[in-house]
Structure formats: structure tokens, C-alpha cells
Design a protein around this ligand. Sequence first.
Ligand SMILES: Cc1cc2nc3c(=O)[nH]c(=O)nc-3n(C[C@H](O)[C@H](O)[C@H](O)COP(=O)(O)O)c2cc1C
Length: 157
Amino acid sequence: MTNLIIFYSRTGITKKVTELIFENLSSDIEEIFDEKNRSGSIGYMKAGKDAMRKKLTTLKKYDKDPSSYELTLIGTPIWAWNMSTPIRTYITENMDKFKNVAFFCTEGSSGGEKCFENMSVLCDKKPLATLELNAKEIKEGIHIEKIKEYTDKINNI
Ligand SMILES: Cc1cc2nc3c(=O)[nH]c(=O)nc-3n(C[C@H](O)[C@H](O)[C@H](O)COP(=O)(O)O)c2cc1C
């Protein structure tokens, strides 16, 4: 299986998780960047508003073509119990190119399940695997085992 990992991270938590997934899975990887400044408390508030309204944004140019891979893993932070706006934009721009998808997310405490349902609808595909990690699990180191289970599942497909 050829794998592509696509992710967005506003404050580095999803990026840290993505790097651990990447260590366990033979794959190409691409970070998605937003043209819109999402930093600080104003960036936070605008991000919440954009996510709730299901708005799209403008992404910085990205290179990898998901149609060249058998599986695209898509990672997002949870914003307002949903996917982040950059990942909503990425999926919208590439929805016809995915052969198979897997999802992962990081969150403060909740929203992953609903987010995955919405991502699945937007991709028009059921994910082959999902991984939801909250702040407590990451703080306590539980994420390491959960990431291993997730990548083992994908490696065994
Ligand atoms: C605009 C915004 C909305 C958020 N909404 C939620 C939420 O609904 N549920 C939750 O558990 N965490 C929520 N969070 C927290 C993030 O999902 C969490 O901190 C995540 O791990 C951040 O990942 P990152 O560092 O990769 O950006 C929100 C964060 C932001 C910026």
C-alpha cells in the first residue's frame, strides 16, 4: 500500500502526532498551510467562526497528488467539534482524487467522532482507520500505544 499523510496543525500538536505516525508507517508526507494568519487569540476566534460556518480558506501551494497513492491519511485538529478549515478546504479541493482514506485528529477533549463522520461525508468514502487523541491522552503518553494500534491496522490492510 502506498501511503500519503496530509495534515494541518495550528499549534504543533497534530504535527507531533503526525511525526509519530510517519515513524511507524512507510509513507510520503505533506503539511498543509493556510494563507490566513491563524495565530494568537484573534486567530483562534476567527478559526472557530470559520469552522462553525463550514467556510473554506486559501491554502499555500501543496505538491503531492493523492491520486498517486492507494491511501491518503488526513490529520486535523478539532475546531468547534469539526475538522479545521484548512483540512475542509484540502478535502474539498481533492475529493475526487482519494482512492482510500484514513483519518486522525487531536482535540482538547471531544469532537473527533462527529468530525470523522463529516470528513467521511465530504470525501464520500468510509475511512479504513481512524485515530482520535485528546490532550489528556497525549499528556499521559497513552497516544504512543494508540498510534501504534492505528499504524499496525493500516500496515495489515
Ligand atoms: C478554533 C478552535 C476550536 C477548537 N474546538 C475544539 C473542540 O470543539 N473540541 C475540542 O476538544 N478541542 C477543540 N479545540 C482544541 C484543539 O482541537 C486542540 O488543542 C488540538 O490538539 C490542537 O491541535 P494543533 O496544535 O495541531 O493545532 C479547538 C481549537 C481551536 C483553535
